[in-house]
Write a protein that binds this ligand. Structure first.
Ligand SMILES: [Fe+2]
Ligand SMILES: [Fe+2]
Length: 237
């Protein structure tokens, strides 16, 4: 499947982010482990918020289990590579998306599902970009260790499936909620949220995270500082 043809993203990840991610791959792995847990937790939160939606529950239950399996894969890889788990404060990405979401139904559910589309699509794009970089097994240098690149290549397809699932659920919701021109409503709102997402994922960003923007180069000591900070309750991705 070509993710290029189907991606809802409005701007590509800056190549400076990919360079930084290759250079800081241990921190990337640690934040990636967080993202997988958050992806599972977000799916569970939607199941709690909309228990009457049985199809959503069964689809997202499966998705949450898959995200937890991804977490286990990342965690095993971190241990095999000797990467410590770092506590970091959440980046701006999810907060910006959350700020753009509407809080009343049926729009809240639509926005939650469409944010799911965008987050999964961005993850998919970043896995693809990282997997495309040459891997040589070197540590802390200019290439990803081969097992890290292999994992990212394997995860790209899952995340592509996930963004398509969230999109399907969003279109189904727009229909069952009785909105006029459901497909048009979804396409228009996806465009609006995608503009917010593109800004968060590409504008200069002092923090380095799996979903951060273009690195400013001013945060190289951040990991050491933030390792003593408490991570907040995960609800961002
Ligand atoms: Fe995942
Ligand atoms: Fe996912």
């Amino acid at each position: 499947m070509s993710t290029v043809e189907t991606t809802p993203l409005q701007a590509p990840t800056p190549s400076a982010w990919v360079d930084e991610a290759v250079r800081r791959w241990p921190e990337l792995l640690s934040d990636h482990a967080n993202c997988e847990k958050k992806a599972a937790s977000t799916a569970l939160a939607m199941m709690f918020a909309y228990p009457e939606d049985r199809e959503l529950a069964s689809r997202l239950s499966r998705l949450a289990r898959e995200e937890l399996r991804h977490f286990e894969q990342v965690d095993r890889l971190m241990q095999a590579q000797g990467v410590p788990y770092l506590r970091v404060k959440p980046g701006r990405y999810a907060a910006r998306l959350r700020a753009a979401m509407r809080t009343h139904e049926p729009w809240r559910k639509l926005d939650l599902l469409l944010c799911g589309v965008l987050i999964e699509a961005r993850s998919c794009e970043r896995f693809r970009l990282l997997a495309a970089r040459p891997a040589d097994g070197a540590e802390g240098g200019t290439a990803l260790p081969a097992p890290v690149a292999e994992l990212y290549a394997a995860l790209e397809a899952s995340e592509a499936r996930h963004f398509q699932l969230y999109l399907k659920l969003a279109e189904r919701h727009a229909q069952t909620a009785g909105l006029d021109d459901p497909r048009g409503v979804v396409a228009q709102r996806l465009k609006e949220l995608a503009a917010v997402e593109a800004e968060a994922a590409t504008a200069p960003d002092e923090d380095f995270r799996f979903h951060s923007g273009a690195p400013t180069g001013g945060a190289s000591r951040e990991a050491a500082v933030s390792s003593v900070e408490r991570e907040r309750v995960p609800r961002e991705a």
